[in-house]
Write a protein that binds this ligand. Structure first.
Ligand SMILES: [Zn+2]
Length: 153
């Protein structure tokens, strides 16, 4: 996947040298967040310098995808009325790797009545505009599936 491929896949995103690996990862269905090699701190939004130890040795690293809902927004109207409104819930998910490490993505596979703050979620992928995009779904759905419980309530 060349840099040109990444730029072409995300024409509306300001891609720079600090975040291009994140977007290259999305194309491979991997959620990469920059992490300091010196002290281990996750650095997001992406910056070239660790805010804790000032190291420039910041490396894109895959996260587990586990987290919890920190904040959410119900989207009642799409910005572009011609566009597919897609999923109506945007969540700031606090990733389990670090307190305060929050990633904004749609929340899917969850009835609106079941959504709550601090709800455990896990990374999943949805397709939008022909590309795989990160999203989150309730983590307990996996446990229900594994144990053969009905997913309906
Ligand atoms: Zn550091």
């Amino acid at each position: 996947m060349t840099d040109a491929d990444v730029f072409a896949a995300f024409p509306t995103v300001p891609i720079d040298r600090d975040n291009i690996e994140h977007y290259r990862g999305l194309l491979a269905r991997r959620l990469l967040i920059n992490r300091c090699s010196e002290c281990g701190r996750w650095v997001y939004p992406h910056r070239p310098l660790c805010p804790r130890c000032w190291s420039w040795d910041v490396v894109p690293t895959e996260v587990s995808g586990d987290g919890s809902v920190f904040m959410l927004t119900l989207i009642h109207q799409a910005r572009d009325p011609r566009a597919d409104p897609g999923t109506p819930v945007a969540a700031a998910v606090e990733l389990s790797e670090q307190r305060g490490l929050r990633y904004l993505a749609p929340l899917v596979n969850c009835p609106l009545d079941d959504i709550g703050l601090d709800m455990p979620v896990r990374l999943t992928w949805i397709e939008r505009d022909g590309l795989a995009r990160p999203a989150f779904e309730p983590a307990e759905r996996d446990r229900e599936r594994e144990q053969g419980w009905p997913a309906t309530r």
